[in-house]
Design a binder for this molecule. Sequence first.
Ligand code: NAD
Length: 294
Amino acid sequence: MSKTLSIAFIGLGNMGGPMAANLVKAGFQVTGFDLSASHLDQAKAQGVAPASSAQAAAKVADVVITMLPAGKHVLSVWQDILSTTKPGALLIDCSTIDVESAHAAHRLATEHGLTALDAPVSGGVGGAQGATLTFMCGGTELAFSMAKPLLEAMGKKIVHCGEAGAGQAAKICNNMILGISMIAVCEGFALAEKLGLSHQALFDVASTSSGQCWSLTTYCPVPGPVPTSPANRDYQPGFATPLMLKDLLLSQDAAHSAGAQTPLGARATELYQRYLETGASEKDFSGIISMLRS
Ligand code: NAD
């Protein structure tokens, strides 16, 4: 994809702001819009040309990228821009949204003769800043091949998961595993404490045997064994608890509509809901160990 193509980036928050800035750094022309004037100003300082509305940004763009809070925001913005978007434009939604809304967004694009891709990310704000995100993509081969060079300017791993909605499905399944595995690791450490086993001893064994997982080896929920984990900075995020709960709730919506049994996913959702109610909105999701201990 030529770097002379123009990109509209809608939703310039914690994730979208640095992602748009990385597109600018890679040499793309980026026009942006956000409802928040301060986010728009920050993006402007990074070389993004500010637009007065989503429509104004999108109507001159060959590719429109959205990075918004939830499915209702994505559908509303896509509905707004579709009538004025250039023929042949590519629409990429990078937000984490419910699978049904992702399908609805694809249908909207198809009805207007446009190509669409769902491309949610993992890697958090650090990954957005460092252009090291993983993109999980759903859509046709054509949409994927058109989007890939752009996504490579914002991430380091770009996976084509399947047809429309497959990117969101992969994201939600992955994060349900993450929520469950973090609770499992926290319970392991809480039990070890009661049994008089040191954190380091459990880590040394579990990290090199069958208990090994990302929640243990990268995001260890107790201070010490992994110095970069949020546990070492009083559980400052990282991956904030409300975002973990959001993704777990999406997994339960998807399980319900698909008729899948996810008993541990359901329990993890309840536990994160309870943890949030203890006042954990500013805490990393690994901080749930404090609730599990008590
Ligand atoms: P954020 O709240 O920081 O940013 C969202 C932005 O969208 C805000 O600036 C808001 O003003 C803007 N917005 C809302 N409605 C709009 C509209 N109609 N038109 C234009 N702008 C609008 O959220 P974020 O952390 O950047 O997350 C964005 C998406 O990425 C979410 O779906 C989230 O689940 C997902 N995500 C976030 C992380 C993370 O660590 N923050 C990681 C992976 C995925």
